[in-house]
Structure formats: C-alpha cells, structure tokens
Design a protein around this ligand. Structure first.
Ligand code: ADP
Length: 568
C-alpha cells in the first residue's frame, strides 16, 4: 500500500530539458524512483514496458499534449495517478485536467518544495481512491456471490450472471453459453433488452469438437469483432434458424469473452459486445467479470451436482421400494413351498377321512359317521385360518389402513406355526390388551414380523433340540404416543460388532443369507415414521423392538442398541 513515507515510481514528462531535470531531482531527493521522458511518445513507450504509480507531465508538448497523453496512459493502466504541470493557469485547464483523472496541477515556474508537496498530496489522494476501489470491488464480489448462491437452477443462474455482467460493464448486448460435455448440450441465453428484462434462451445439441477448444480457455479474451471469430460463425450455423445469433454478430464493436472456468476447464463463455459509442472497460471491470465467470462456473457445477444427487436419491428410493416388493415376492415364493407342504398334510387327513366316510356310508354304518365329520370340519377350519393368515401377504401395493396390531400378530403366528423351521420352538405371545389401533400397511408390518421371526428361528437353529422360545409382545407407551412390538428369542445372540452392522444392506452371517431382511424392515418401519432397535447378548438371545407412532410424523430415526450400551 502506498503511503507518504513510501517511495513511489514516477514518470516525469517535459519537453523542456531544464524543467525535466529540476522536477526529477526534486522527487529523487525525496526517495522516489523517478524516470524521465522528453516527449509523449517516449513516455508511452516507457509506460508499456514498466509500471508507474504516477505520471507528472507538462501539458503543452509538440507531439501530443499532456491531456491526450494521460488519456492514452490510462488505457494502459487506469489506476495510475496523474499530475499536470502547466505554464498558464486557467479555470478551464484545471477543470479539464481533473476530468482526465489528474489529482493536481502545478503552476510553472515552481519551487522544489511545491512539487514535493504536490506529489505527497497526490500520493495520499491516490491511496484513498485505491482503498475505495478495493472496498467497492469487495462489496461487489460479495453481493455477486450472494446472488449467485441464491439461484436454484442453471437457467436463473445464467440469467443472473449475464445481467450482472452487463450492469458491471455498463454494456447492453451480450449472451452467455453453457455446455454440458456429457450430453453435448449447449444452452444459450441472449440479452435482447436487459433493462426490460428481455432475455431469449435456446438449447441445442452441439458438435463436441467445437467445444473442445473452448473448454481449454481460461483467460478473458478481447476480440475485434464477433463476426470474424470462427467459433461464433460456426456456432450460429449449427443453431436452429429462429435462435441464431445473427443480431449479435451484426453488431459493430469489440467483444469481451469471459470463460466460465471450473477446475481445469471452461464450461461456458460469457460474451459482451461493446459498440463504438459505449465506454471502454477498465481493468477493474475485467477482473470482476473474470471473477464472475469463475463464480458462475462453480455455482453451475454445484447445481449440477445437487441435481445429480437428488436424481440418485430418487432412483435409490424407487429401487428400495422395488426391493421391498421383490423381497415380499421372495418371501411368498419361500413360503409357498411351506404352504404346499402344509396343505398336503391337511388334504391327506381330509382324503383319509372322506374315504372312511364313504366306506361307512356304503356299509350303512351311519351311527359312527360323527368322528370323521368332526375331523373333516376341524381340518377345514384349520385350512381356513391358515388361508386367512396368508391374505395380507397377497397385497403387494402399499396401503395404510387402520389395523389391530395384536390381531395381525396372531394371524401371522397362526400362519407361520406349522412351518418346518418353527417346529420344536415355542411361540409365546405377551400381547397388551386394548392396544390402540394404528394406521399401517398391514402387509408390510407382517413382512417385518415375518423377517424378525425367521431370524429368531434361524438364531436358534443349532439349539432346536433344546427347544428355544420366541416371545412376541406388544406394549403401549401413552407418553410417547406409540405402540411397541417386540420379538425376543433365546437364540445364539450377537457380538457387539455384529449388532452394529445388522441394519446394513448385505450384512449376513448365514451361509445362504442375503443380508437384505433387516435393512428392508428398517425401511418399512421408517416409512411408517417408526424406529427399530435391537438388543443382544451373545449365547443368550436377542430382542428386536419396533416402535410405531399413533399419529404420522414427518421424520424419525432408527438405531440399534446392545445390552448395556445405550443407543449406537
Ligand atoms: P439374513 O437373514 O439374510 O442374514 P438379515 O438382514 O435379516 O439378513 O439379518 C442380518 C444378520 O443379522 C443375520 O445374518 C444375523 O447375523 C443377524 N441377526 C438378525 N437377527 C438375529 C437374531 N434374532 N439373532 C441373532 N442374529 C441375528
């Protein structure tokens, strides 16, 4: 940062040799770095090669006057401070000098102190101006960032970027291009009349070759005319007639191309056209536009990633729903073998009794028909109850209805009891009477129960001979407005490590397991805004607790617990 005591670099320009030497000596003696030029052209040469903080110039010079020199010098470096030296003071000269960005002017002849004071004053003024410009720049970038981050989709972001760029550069015509290389799609937004908020957008499929070169661009580019730049003439040929860039290409004037750079490549280009009547852009404007390009590219990338994540999440959800349905079908497949086996048993009993019955009828032993009729009736009753239990599994479509959970448990047990894997296992219930009804998808809750009961039976596999017990119970927690279903077994239990993983998809310790059951249970329970937890002790047994709210809430969680550990 410049300060009064700091030395600055000054270029002194005067065609009068004595004045030039005098001014240079005075400033050097104050510790400044000073270079001299005896005319405007020599001065411009030096300015192109070296950066100066100040230019101190005579106004009246033969090749080019001081005012014009400052104008040209400011095109090279707009932040350079200027001080004029003039032999005749008039209000007009003073005004004009200030208009050209001079900080001060000194009347000739001057004494050495005068020139030192003038430079010191100018250093102070320039310091303040630079500070203001820096604060303004930071504020502008901050506001810009806030706006960009608030844009929710790529279309509004592109519009915001183009609008801000036109406003910042005080230009009226421009467009922004944004391409997605993965699908060769190009979006173009043209500013027709930004003051009236008139923008026209087009999307087109584009040749990847055309974009490949542009994707490498990183720096702001100034070109003489859009029309003569092959990228745009090639591009407009590829666009549908209605959306061509003809109007922009016909405009006379320079163009400023700002690549939208993210990571190592550009994903678009912001293009502004400066007609000859419009004001030149300053270096500060170009810097801000280049920051705008980078910020826009980052925000576009964020929006793209967010969209991808949302899309993946939606796909995952639908996949999970499909898995639940498939698992339900798999369960149906698995149990249809059991059902067939079970029905065969009933049918054998029925056929046998029917044969005895018909034999007794043929022999007219009518007095002893009762026993067979009672056995047939009992068998039919068992078949009916077995069939009732199957009903809920048949519905694949999720449908939530009021349901008596105790009744659902009874029907599930009725239907699993005869299955082979539950032979030798005592199935006990501890159901809380008068349980409030819940609104649930009965088929899905039955699927949860079926999984928990099967896992419990599997856990007692080796201990079948010893005869394990599975207890299914219910509880009502009025303070939490929830109903709890618990399934407790006296099986082999789990280690702490296993317990932490049981809800992960694919985790299994069984030879033919697939590790889907519990993750599906959790999905179903979460869909009902409930929680599922497990407690376990190795070689002693496991208890699963499913808690379902009476009323539907928006969000809930699930977790596992192991005895004495609290929630994991
Ligand atoms: P799978 O039954 O195909 O293995 P699950 O997701 O239903 O898939 O179960 C995952 C694992 O959790 C089982 O392999 C087993 O190690 C453990 N597990 C589940 N329930 C019990 C239980 N009641 N007792 C002991 N371990 C269990």
């Amino acid at each position: 940062m410049l300060s009064q005591t700091q030395s600055v670099k000054i270029l002194v320009v005067d065609d009068e040799e004595i004045m030039l030497k005098l001014a240079c000596d005075a400033l050097r003696s104050q510790g400044h770095q000073v270079a001299s030029a005896s005319g405007a052209l020599e001065a411009l040469d030096k300015l192109k090669q070296e950066r100066f903080d100040f230019i101190l110039t005579d106004i009246k010079m033969p090749e080019m006057d001081g005012m014009e020199l400052i104008q040209t010098a400011h095109q090279i470096d707009p932040s350079m401070g200027a001080i004029f030296m003039t032999g005749y003071a008039s209000l007009d000269t003073a005004k004009k000098a200030i208009q050209e960005g001079a900080y001060d002017y000194i009347l000739k002849p001057f004494d050495l102190q005068e020139i030192r004071d003038a430079v010191n004053q100018a250093i102070k003024k320039r310091e303040q101006t630079l500070k203001r410009a820096r604060t303004n720049g930071i504020n502008q970038i901050f506001e810009l960032n806030q706006k960009l981050y608030s844009a929710g989709d790529s279309e509004s972001l592109l519009k915001l970027c183009l609008q801000s760029a036109l406003m910042q550069s005080r230009l009226k015509k421009g467009m922004i291009l944004y391409w997605r290389q993965e699908n060769n799609e190009l979006k173009i937004l043209q500013a027709k009349d930004p003051e009236k908020n008139l923008f026209v957008g087009t999307t087109a499929k584009i040749d990847p070759e055309l974009l490949a070169e542009w994707s490498q661009k990183k720096e702001v580019l100034l070109i003489k005319s859009l029309r003569d730049y092959s990228f745009f003439s090639d591009l407009t040929r590829l666009l549908p007639r209605s959306s061509r860039l003809d109007e922009l290409l016909q405009l006379e004037g320079e163009a400023i191309l700002i690549p939208l750079v993210k990571a190592e490549s550009a994903c678009g280009v912001l293009t502004l056209v400066k007609t000859p009547e419009e004001q030149m852009l300053q270096e500060e404007d170009l810097k801000l536009l280049s920051i705008l390009g980078i910020q826009t590219a980052i925000s576009l990338e964020n929006i793209r990633l967010l969209n991808n994540a949302q899309q993946s999440y939606r796909e995952l959800q639908s996949l999970q729903d499909q898995i639940i349905s498939l698992e339900k079908m798999a369960i149906r497949g698995r149990i249809s073998a059991e059902i067939g086996h079970e029905l065969n048993n009933y049918l054998t009993v029925l056929w046998g009794n029917f044969e005895i019955l018909s034999m007794k009828i043929r022999k007219a032993e009518l007095h002893s028909l009762n026993r067979q009729l009672e056995t047939i009736s009992a068998s039919l009753d068992r078949i009916k109850r077995f069939a009732d239990g199957l009903m809920d599994f048949s519905a694949l479509k999720a449908e939530k209805k009021e349901c008596d959970i105790n009744d659902l448990i009874q029907r599930t047990l009725l239907f699993i009891k005869p299955q082979n894997i539950f032979k030798n296992i005592s199935l006990v219930t501890e159901l809380k009477p008068n349980l409030p009804h819940l609104v649930v998808d009965a088929g899905q809750i039955q699927q949860v129960l079926y999984n928990l009961l099967n896992n419990a039976a599997d856990a007692m596999g080796k201990r079948k001979g010893e005869g394990g017990t599975i207890t299914v119970g219910t509880d009502y927690h009025p303070e939490k407005e929830s109903v709890e279903i618990w399934v407790k077994d006296t099986g082999k239990g789990m280690t702490k490590d296993q317990l932490e993983k049981i809800f992960q998809t694919g985790f299994t310790t069984k030879e033919f397991g697939h590790g889907m059951g519990l993750s599906i249970c959790r999905k179903i329970v979460e869909d009902h805004n409930g929680t599922i937890q497990a407690e376990s002790q190795l070689n002693k047994g496991t208890t699963f607790r499913v808690k379902l709210p009476l009323k539907r809430k928006d969000k809930d969680t699930s977790s596992t617990t192991s005895e004495g550990q609290g929630q994991l």
